[in-house]
Design a protein around this ligand. Structure first.
Ligand SMILES: Nc1ncnc2c1ncn2[C@@H]1O[C@H](COP(=O)(O)OP(=O)(O)O)[C@@H](O)[C@H]1O
Ligand code: SF4
Ligand SMILES: [Mg+2]
Length: 347
């Protein structure tokens, strides 16, 4: 009989610095698991350069979910792909427990420690393979066949699917079941960090809620960190501990989730929240609306890139670029107007 509890997997091979984390009262670690510094990703070459990510910095702790939000094209997926090592950064660093993710191709433990779940489960699931084969693939070289089988069954149980799913192929599953298998595949090696890029966007509302509840439960059991990308601010509010708002390749605001939703500071964040469904319709009117077109990342104005859509724009914004600065502990905003208000109220 297997002594491992149904919902836990033995570690493939722990990273050396595992012991450096400590839990806070809500189970989140205080120390950084993922450390991203001044990350840049530029596509193209010669005269046609597209700076998709323009110097982004953030941390994710063990057991924590950091959400990345922002309009389509603002660089969320590019950031995600660099973090998991699918593409190289143009500049900047990404470290997991102090180890550079660019070493992942040569470092098996590091590679297994970061996993990704995509918007469409078919990006993770090969239609030719059964669920059992798909789940066994990342672990089959690490253990004998019986152990692999036990591990696959535990992975299925962890995402609420029975062993009868082992022999099915993706086309025999619903979208929600496919995404559960994709999550099981990401978690089978017990990663430290999972990057989830719009994981519930292709699911209907009830399945979406179940997948979010599952992700929360798995995080509490395993202390895995999530970098969670989503358009759906209702889901973000349910799952994320902190939120980073991106605009044209920059993080323009980052704060604890409740702080960000209750007291957004950057004019873009305020407009983004105003455009989203809010549970209390009385509050909708008090927030700014988003006007104008997003400029092309390939042809950005001098100064603040939000200037042409900003209700608070002033002369300085057209000549100088604001930098992310703390307006209070744990709440950083990239805006001259907010910075000025914060320094007045601090006097
Ligand atoms: N492989 C690529 N080659 C060239 N441009 C790309 C590539 N991937 C993304 N882009 C461009 O980079 C910008 C950011 O894209 P992306 O990171 O996918 O944003 P998001 O996920 O926020 O929608 C967009 O302008 C997009 O067209
Ligand atoms: S820096 Fe200026 S243009 Fe940019 S968001 Fe702040 S007020 Fe608006
Ligand atoms: Mg994307």
């Amino acid at each position: 009989m297997c002594s491992t509890p149904a919902r836990s997997f033995p570690r493939c091979s722990p990273l050396a610095s595992d012991t450096t984390t400590r839990a806070s009262s809500d189970g989140r670690s205080q120390l950084s698991l993922l450390r991203v510094r001044d990350l840049k990703k530029t596509y193209g070459s010669g005269k046609s350069l597209l700076p998709a990510v323009r110097g982004v910095s953030f941390d994710v702790a063990a057991g924590e979910t950091l959400a990345l939000v922002g309009e389509s094209g603002c660089g969320k997926s590019s950031t995600a792909r660099v973090v998991v090592g699918l593409t190289a950064p143009s500049d900047g660093t990404v470290e997991l427990h102090g180890r550079d993710v660019r070493d992942a191709p040569r470092d098996r433990d590091l590679r297994r420690s970061i996993q990704m779940v995509f918007q469409h489960p078919d990006q993770s699931l090969d239609p030719r393979f059964t669920v059992g084969q798909t789940l066994a693939e990342p672990v089959r070289l690490l253990m004998d066949d019986d152990d692999v089988r036990g591990r696959v069954d535990r992975a299925l149980r962890a995402v609420g699917l029975g062993p009868e799913y082992r022999d099915r192929r993706p086309r025999e599953l619903s979208g929600g079941q496919q995404q559960r298998v994709a999550i099981a595949r990401a978690l089978i090696c017990d990663p430290r960090l999972v990057v989830l890029d719009e994981p519930t966007a292709s699911l209907d509302q009830s399945v979406r809620s179940r997948v979010i509840a599952l992700l929360k439960e798995l995080q509490q059991e395993r202390q895995v960190g999530y970098l969670f990308i989503s358009h759906d601010l209702v889901t973000v509010r349910r799952l994320a501990h902190r939120v980073a708002v991106m605009y044209l390749g920059r993080v323009v605001e980052i704060a604890d989730t409740e702080q960000l939703f209750e007291a957004p500071q950057h004019p873009y964040t305020r407009a983004l929240l105003a455009a989203a469904p809010v549970p209390d319709p009385r509050r909708r009117g008090s927030r700014a609306r988003l006007a104008g077109e997003t400029p092309s990342a390939a042809n950005l104005p001098v100064g603040c890139s939000f200037q042409d859509r900003c209700p608070l724009v002033h002369d300085r914004c057209r000549v100088e670029r604001p930098l992310l600065a703390a307006t209070q502990p744990g709440h950083d905003v990239e805006c001259f107007a907010v910075e000025a208000l914060a320094s007045q109220s601090g006097r």
